[in-house]
Design a binder for this molecule. Structure first.
Ligand SMILES: NC(=O)c1ccc[n+]([C@@H]2O[C@H](COP(=O)([O-])OP(=O)(O)OC[C@H]3O[C@@H](n4cnc5c(N)ncnc54)[C@H](O)[C@@H]3O)[C@@H](O)[C@H]2O)c1
Length: 255
């Protein structure tokens, strides 16, 4: 299994979930200390699992080719691919958004996911088997205030997921996306710090009130769904963007 953005958050939680099921792992991240720490943690908890790390920025095409090569050289095949690495950017209105940050969000969230698909799919085609999960977001289903490039990139990921499903389902490759709501990871903690620098906890509590469950999600709740979609047990779900958000994306009006 390849997991990008595996150094922390949803990538790390999913790596642990997959390790608990005995999967061997290729962990990819551009945060080297986090990557090393992830490997140490997983190897300590699951000593029987083989863990390989690759330092790579997923928005770099050559780096993507390299992590795919490392996976094939090490394990001979790629059964599952969690195309997860992504960034949120800053909070700002569309007309005031910093252009460099805008392009960076698109480069990582859209081009990074695309490069992953471009180089992993041919390996899976040869095997005539593969399971792919792309990281979309509720921001890939709905608008989200002050997050234009993020929302644009995540809608694009959802669209590309449909196309991958159409084009490669015949090769035994099932491609889906997940659309998490607010899950308590370092990325979401940073968003609450930007919304209310003086009291991020207050921003978090206020945000949770808009969710039907009145709480935020936990990384392991996403990891369980991703692990299922990456397993052979998923035999007929293809091209879907699956919300994991406590029902929040269904709200119209007050809840
Ligand atoms: N946490 C949420 O509530 C939530 C909600 C919806 C979607 N998502 C999506 O899930 C994915 C993971 O989110 P998270 O909350 O775990 O984020 P996070 O910031 O906690 O962790 C992301 C990891 O990805 C790595 N990363 C980022 N850009 C990279 C790049 N260019 N190359 C290699 N590694 C890179 C980071 O170093 C980090 O280790 C993202 O695509 C995010 O948009 C998260």
């Amino acid at each position: 299994m390849i997991i990008t953005g595996a150094g922390m958050g949803l990538g790390l939680a999913t790596a642990k979930e997959l390790a608990s099921k005995g999967a061997h792992l290729v962990l990819v991240d551009y945060n080297e200390p986090a990557l090393a720490e992830a490997k140490t943690e997983i190897s300590r908890e699951f000593p029987e699992v083989k863990v390989v790390t690759v330092f790579a920025d997923v928005s770099d095409e050559e780096a993507t080719k390299n992590y795919v090569k490392v996976a094939v050289d090490t394990f001979g095949r790629i059964d599952g691919f969690y195309n997860n690495a992504g960034i949120e950017g800053r909070q700002a209105r569309m007309t005031e958004y910093d252009l460099d940050i805008f392009k960076k969000v698109i480069d990582i969230n859209l081009m990074g996911v695309y490069f992953g698909l471009r180089y992993v799919i041919p390996v899976m085609q040869k095997q005539r088997y593969g399971r792919i999960v792309n990281a979309a977001s509720v921001g890939g289903i709905r608008g989200v205030m002050n997050q234009s490039p993020y929302v644009a990139s995540k809608h694009a990921v959802s669209g590309m997921t449909k196309n991958a499903a159409l084009e490669y389902g015949r090769d035994g490759i099932l491609t889906n996306a997940i659309a998490p709501g607010a899950i308590l990871t370092p990325m979401v903690a940073e968003a609450f710090r930007q919304i209310n620098p003086a009291d991020p906890k207050a921003a978090e509590i206020e945000y949770a009130q808009h969710n039907p469950t009145k709480r935020l999600g936990e990384p392991h709740e996403v990891a369980k769904v991703v692990a299922f979609l990456l397993s052979e047990d998923n035999s007929y779900i293809n091209g879907q963007t699956i919300a994991i958000d406590g029902g929040e994306s269904n709200i119209y009006g007050n809840a």
